[in-house]
Every structure is written in structure tokens, then in C-alpha cells.
Design a protein around this ligand. Sequence first.
Ligand SMILES: *Cc1c(COP(=O)(O)O)cnc(C)c1O
Length: 442
Amino acid sequence: MPTADASLTMRLYSTKNTSRFVSLQQAVFKGLPEDNGLYMPEHLSHLPEGFVKKLKDYSFQEIGFEVCRHLFAGAIPDADIKGIIEKSITFPAPLVRLDDETFILELFHGPSLAFKDFGARFMAQLMSYFNQEEGRELVILVATSGDTGGAVAAGFYKTPGIKVVILYPSGKVSHLQEKQLTTLGENITAIEVAGTFDDCQALVKKAFLDEGLTSSIRLSSANSINIARLIPQSFYYFEAYKQLEEDGKPLVFCVPSGNFGNLTAGLFAKAMGLPIHRFIAATNANDVVPEYLESGVFTPRPSVPTLSNAMDVGNPSNFSRMLDLYGSTWNNLKKIIAGYAFSDEQTRFALKEVFEKYAYVIDPHGAVGYLAFRQFQKEHPGAKGVILETAHPSKFLPDVEAILQKKIDVPERLAVLAKKDKHAVQMGIEFGPFKEWLLQSF
Ligand SMILES: *Cc1c(COP(=O)(O)O)cnc(C)c1O
């Protein structure tokens, strides 16, 4: 981390070059620095004294506002931050008690039923805000293998000045995922590509490199490593803390992880003064980070498929941000984060246990978190844990119903999708027709 200097307004550096800075606006539109590092806020200092002590007086939106105002340090006027928050933090993050030491933070109350809704909505609002100055329509291109596309589509839906084009591989996303992409309409267009996810990604990459396109259309991406997605994810750590009673027990947050964006956002909250004792990195068989915490050696490898498939990541993209925060030192990171990995068999068992003991239906990702917190408790008796429930169990309906041997409730917002009509533009894998379509459409 670079040392603080006198400049006030928020700036960001690349994890690969800590002495060259960009503005928040540049970081949001670029997504990734040219050097292939990741953008990090220059200052992650404590919020004003008293904020954490008085958290119970703040609504979730007010917490978001205070965190942003502190972090942005004048990059956006207060009244505008307020508008961005009011349009992006539109659903709650309630805490559910399992027992005196175990709590579940439900992050699935948004439109796509996963925590990614927070990041996608906030990024959409920030982009729309910064794009006003440009006076030109912005076209976001995204390739998706399923989940991210749904959150991005819902997050950007009806956002002024922004159109979204989502490419997905035909026949390779689930029925409900396809509905999430193809039924919104308005400023969201889905393209069904007769190919694989890699073909979709190749089309998007070629578009960004094509001067004929970039000179006539203002293109951007909605990359999952965009700093705008991490910032709102730090809000709900404060929101969880607010809902707990202070009892002197050391507080840990247990985070089911894939690319480690959620956990990194928790590290941001801690750096901004939230009294978090430790974090638990909970993974499935894709255990590169727990292995690193154990051995000090980071060995990325191809991912393996599991029951908790949103965490099937073999080379977690936010790992470099975690290292950067702790001076790239294994010992420092190990003090703050404990790591555990679990098999699908253990995950199934935990899902059943949570239902039988607490009458709570947890999803496979949350179940991995539950296992990790129980393991941590064995090694650290007396700890109080908040387990992040990253998705609604009905997103994984066939698996969850098979494990519990019972029907589970599907929220209305998911159930209505099944009845809506699909609209998608059909496309092959050649770049020419895709380019033509873009030029004619925008
Ligand atoms: C994306 C996702 C994760 C992993 O989150 P990261 O921030 O990538 O670690 C976990 N659970 C669910 C349901 C997800 O969609």
C-alpha cells in the first residue's frame, strides 16, 4: 500500500503499480488497469469516530451514504451520492439468528436472488452518473455463462443513458438464468450465440479492439472485478454489525468464496473501522486460498465442478487485492483470515443439518459457510459468527429439493419469470455479423 499523501479526492492505484493513480471515474469506466493489476482505493481509513458506535441510528441507505462519502472524499457531491444510493440500495440485508453465536446474513433479496445484485446495481448507477458528462449513450457488452448476466441485466435495467448487450451460449445456461437475461426488454438486449461461453467472450473482446466500432459507439464492460462492485458490498458488513447485540464475543465473518470479491469487501469494511476480529474463507473443492493460508504457496489451477458452482474458481481474481491490503505478507493475511474447504458430500450433510436443527433452508454456498464456521468454532470456542448467505436456495432448486427431500418455496420474483416470453437475437460465432448488428442497433 502506498503511503497517504495530502490529496483528498479519492484516487485509485493498480496493484501492479502503486504510484500511478486514476480517478474514481476512470477506474469505473476502465475496469482494469493496462498493467493487468486491479484498482485499489488509495486511502482506506477509519470512518469518523462515533459512526460505528451509533450504527443503530442509521438506515441501510444511510450507512451506504456515509461509507461512500468517506471513501469518495469529494469525488462526487453529497446530494449525488444520496441519489446513487437511493437507486441502488433498494432491498434489505436481514440477519437471521440460528443460535446465540451463529447468524446468517441474507444477501439474496435483490432481483436476481444473489448478493451480486448489490454490486451490479451500484455499478450501473455510478456509470450512469459519470456518463452524464459525456452526453453520449454508453453501450455495455457482457459475455455470461449464467449468473453474472442476470445480476447485470437487472442492475442496469432502465438505467438512463446506458444500453446493455448480453451474450450467452445457446443451451448452456439454465432455463431460469436464460429467462433472467431475455425477458426484461427496454435497454437490455440478449444475444443467443450458437457456441460456447468462450465464443461469447471472444466476440466481446474483438468488439473492444475493433476501431470501426469503438470510433462510432461508446463501449464499456461490466467486469466482475470493477471497483464499483466491491464498494457496495462493504455496506452490508456494517449493516450486519448494526443488527447484532454487543456482547464482547470476538466477531468473525464467514464468507463462501469463489473470486473473493465479497471477502475483499469485508476487508475494506474492517480497514474503514468496523471491529471485525477475523474472516473465514470458506470454499468448496476449489481450495486455492485455504491452501495458501495453510502453506504460504499460491497455486492457481483449473477449477473443478461442484454443488456450490458459483464458487468454482481456480484462480481467484481478487487474491491480488487481498495481498495488497496486507503488504503481500503471508503471516499478516493468516492472522486475519482462516481458510477451510469442504466436499460436496459434506455440503449436502450441512444443508440437511441446518434444516433439521434450525428449520432454516440454506443454499449450497451458504452451507459451505456454515461448515467453515462450525470448524472455526471448534478451534476458537466463544467466537460469534456471521455467515454470508450469498444466494436464495431456490436458485438451486433441484439440488436443494433432492437433498432435503421436500418442496421449497420459490420467491414470487423468480416464479413470475417462468411465465414471461423470451426475446433474444440469434447470432453465430463470426465477428462480422455481430459488428454489423452493433453498428445498426446503436
Ligand atoms: C459469485 C458467488 C459467490 C462467490 O463470490 P466471490 O465474491 O466471487 O467470492 C458465492 N456464492 C454465490 C451464490 C455467488 O453467486
